[in-house]
Write a protein that binds this ligand. Structure first.
Ligand code: MN
Length: 288
């Protein structure tokens, strides 16, 4: 099932071909009330398994509308954290080591030396919001990544069990200012984490270790790769992340970007695709 958030917190189900959407917001009434203090994690994702039969019951009576007529928001509203993997494709590691414009001459370590890093949750937006570039006179790059959305809490998760902790998948953009500040500064500006166009539930992705994905601007394919080329694959990333951080429902793991990272400009449209997920267009605008 492809589940989206649209038009200011409405809940939708997207057709298999990504062309139409049905409003099933009525299902949100089945969510339990939130009491203070809210638990870490996303309330919808935490209860998604319970909500699915309610959603399925509503679907036949929900009339379809064109996906082009709605505003798509991030399918996860309130993750406790966005976890991201540095240099997790060999060819991206190679380009980071070769090109001073990416790593400013600093030695680039490997993922097992870096560990993972965290992006601010306040940087998270959906595709319709677009990316807003601060006027810094600096190089700001796209990084397309497959995003894993965690479905249930866990710590010290062994890789053999890891896939059972996944609620679904989406396309992620880890927007990045190149430079020497910490990653958590350069990658957490408002709108620098895009997730969308919807969440595809894990049961629809037979093999997350074999997903083609790409990012195109204009006629230029900037990035194109396959999750089979990940240095730390998705089960390993969940094992690695949960050895340090307790994972909560809705936590997003940005699995890493392949080679081809390059600058964006105001006016660009990033056309992102991924096998089994779909496609999204994300506009680049000036920060107001
Ligand atoms: Mn990245």
């Amino acid at each position: 099932m492809k589940i989206c958030r649209f038009n200011t917190d409405r809940l939708g189900v997207v057709s298999g071909d990504g062309a139409t959407i049905r409003d099933v917001s009525e299902a949100l009434r089945s969510l339990p009330a939130i009491k203070w203090p809210a638990r870490y994690g996303d309330h919808l994702i935490r209860h998604l398994d319970d909500l699915r039969p309610v959603i399925e019951k509503l679907l036949p009576d929900a009339s379809p509308m064109s996906i082009s007529d709605v505003s798509l928001e991030c399918p996860v509203a309130t993750p406790s954290k966005i976890i991201a993997a540095p240099v997790n494709y060999q060819k991206h590691l190679d380009e980071a080591r070769a090109d001073k414009g990416i790593n400013f001459g600093n030695p680039t370590k490997t993922i097992d030396q870096y560990g993972l890093f965290i992006k601010a949750t306040s940087s998270l937006v959906g595709p319709s919001h677009g990316v807003r570039l601060p006027d810094l006179g600096r190089r700001i790059d796209h990084e397309i990544e497959i995003a894993v959305i965690i479905g249930r809490s866990g710590r010290n998760i062994p890789r053999e069990d890891a896939l059972s902790y996944i609620a679904g998948y989406a396309i992620g953009l880890d927007m990045t200012i190149r430079g020497e500040e910490d990653r958590s500064w350069r990658k957490s500006f408002d709108s620098f984490s895009v997730c969308g166009p919807w969440l595809v539930t894990a049961d629809e992705i037979a093999d997350p270790g074999n997903l083609n994905f790409s990012l195109t601007i204009g006629s230029q394919v900037r990035q194109s790769s396959n999750t089979g080329l990940l240095v730390f694959d998705i089960p390993k990333l969940i094992e690695y992340a949960s050895s340090a951080y307790e994972l909560h429902p809705g936590d997003i793991i940005m699995t890493g970007t392949p080679e081809g990272v390059s600058p964006v400009d105001v006016g660009d449209e990033m056309h992102c695709t991924a096998d089994g997920i779909g496609e999204m267009i994300v506009r680049v605008m000036a920060k107001s």
